[in-house]
Design a protein around this ligand. Structure first.
Ligand code: URA
Length: 422
């Protein structure tokens, strides 16, 4: 077998056989298949699609490229969540300790932000002392002690996906349902969780811009999970506007801590509680209700222990950006639209995100929006506060926000429901 044969087959619209898929994934991981050959194959897959059987084979081959974790040493069921990524999506931060406080074990392997979407590890790394990289043994220790761990995936977790995702990112081949589904699910299945809730985002700030596409991605991922013996469910949730009131690393940690303290923005609380209930249900747990665990401080208690167990100081002040710039309302009215992608792009340009994998991010940079769609804003009231370390960044962030919102005298927003479908 050789790479050209596999590329040509997919280019011409054929279904790849199981041996062809196994061969190409194994030999790309080991370096025999060149990046340019895999890039051509990815583009052929993006253009011609894959059958259900091909997606299952592709996912299994990626799982086999590395190690599979297991959690039999734990005395509680494992349950995890994965979001397909959005703007202001800090849900993992309050969610993992919340589910642990209700009896689940959450082995959450997270990633870093790329482009306009934020990454959980970048956010947590703004907490002084907090470490993202743990050995398998350390991960188990934190899980046993606190019930939740959020850390970076080890080098041996689906290494084929690690190479493939970096390649797709620079070859315009991210937005393919078979490639996204297999990428996400290979990592989640290899992570060894027994239950999984997928938060599939829909709207301008998400990979999937329409409910129809998000539905197909969700169905594909749920089937892959069930096929691998993982109890998997998916929620389709809104990303036409950003979540909460902040996008940026330390800004989102602060907002997450507010939720754990029993406050925080209504949409973040609603989605966190809904996802927690789904995770507990998928794991067969029906003890404590998540709303009670937010109210009685037990979720906050797990958060503090989890942060400490990974070297962080939950009481240390979070870093702030050196400069701020406020945009005020030029008229009174109702905010009827706030575009998620534009806000994410502004936060990215302020320094919260990275353009290349190896770029550093600014801990304090980001955007705070002072009103959410549906709220009335008075003339002169602050609409956005931009945070950046260098004032030169404000101009490009302002350009991103230009035209990103509608402020009208009378009107109601036309928004997707926060939870669109289960
Ligand atoms: N997240 C992933 O892990 N993979 C993708 O392909 C897209 C989002």
């Amino acid at each position: 077998m050789d790479a050209i044969e596999v590329i040509v087959a997919k280019r011409d619209g054929a279904e790849l056989s199981t041996p062809q898929i196994d061969w190409v994934i194994e030999h790309y991981t080991s370096g025999v298949v060149a990046h340019e050959q895999m890039a051509a194959l990815n583009m052929a897959i993006l253009l011609n699609g894959m059958s259900r059987r091909e997606i299952v084979d592709w996912t299994r081959a990626m799982i086999r490229s590395g190690a599979r974790m297991e959690w039999t040493a734990l005395d509680r069921p494992t349950t995890d969540k994965h979001s397909t990524g959005g703007v202001g999506d800090k849900i993992t931060l309050p969610l993992a300790p919340l589910v642990a406080a209700c009896g689940g074990a959450v082995p959450q392997l997270s990633g870093r932000g790329l482009g306009h979407t934020g990454g959980t590890l970048d956010k947590l790394e703004t907490i002084p002392g907090w470490r993202a990289h743990l050995s398998g043994e350390e991960m188990l220790g934190v899980l046993k002690d606190t019930g939740a761990v959020i850390c970076a995936a080890g080098e041996d977790l689906a290494p084929a996906d690690r190479k493939l995702y970096a390649l797709r990112d620079v070859t315009g081949t991210v937005e393919s349902i078979p490639l996204i589904a297999s990428s996400i699910m290979s990592k989640k299945i290899a992570e060894g969780t027994s239950a999984l809730v997928l938060d599939v985002k829909v709207g301008s700030g998400a990979f999937m811009k329409t409910v129809e596409h998000a539905h197909e991605l969700a169905r594909t991922m749920v089937e892959l999970g069930l096929d691998a013996g993982v109890k998997t469910v998916a929620l389709l949730t809104a990303m036409d506007r950003p979540l909460g009131n902040t996008a940026g690393n330390a800004l989102e940690v602060a907002e997450s801590v507010e939720v754990l303290a029993g406050g925080g923005p209504a949409d973040v609380v609603e989605l966190t509680v809904a996802l927690a209930r789904e995770m507990l249900d998928a794991a067969g747990l029906d003890g404590k209700d998540p709303e009670d665990a937010l109210r009685d401080g037990s979720a906050m208690d797990v958060w503090r222990r989890m942060i400490r167990a990974q070297g962080g100081d939950p009481d240390a002040p979070l870093p702030t950006a050196r400069e701020t710039h406020t945009i005020t309302a030029s008229a009174s009215g109702v905010l009827t639209r706030l575009d998620a992608y534009a806000v994410g792009l502004a936060a990215w340009r302020l320094g919260a995100g990275r353009a290349r994998k190896e770029d550093p991010v600014s801990a304090g940079a980001g955007v705070v929006w002072h009103a959410v769609p549906g709220e009335h804003v008075a003339f002169g009231q602050p609409l956005f506060t931009l945070h950046a370390d260098e004032p030169a960044r404000f101009e490009r962030a302002l350009a991103a926000l230009d035209g990103s919102f509608d402020l009208v005298e009378h009107g109601t927003p036309d928004l997707l429901p926060l939870i669109i479908e289960r």
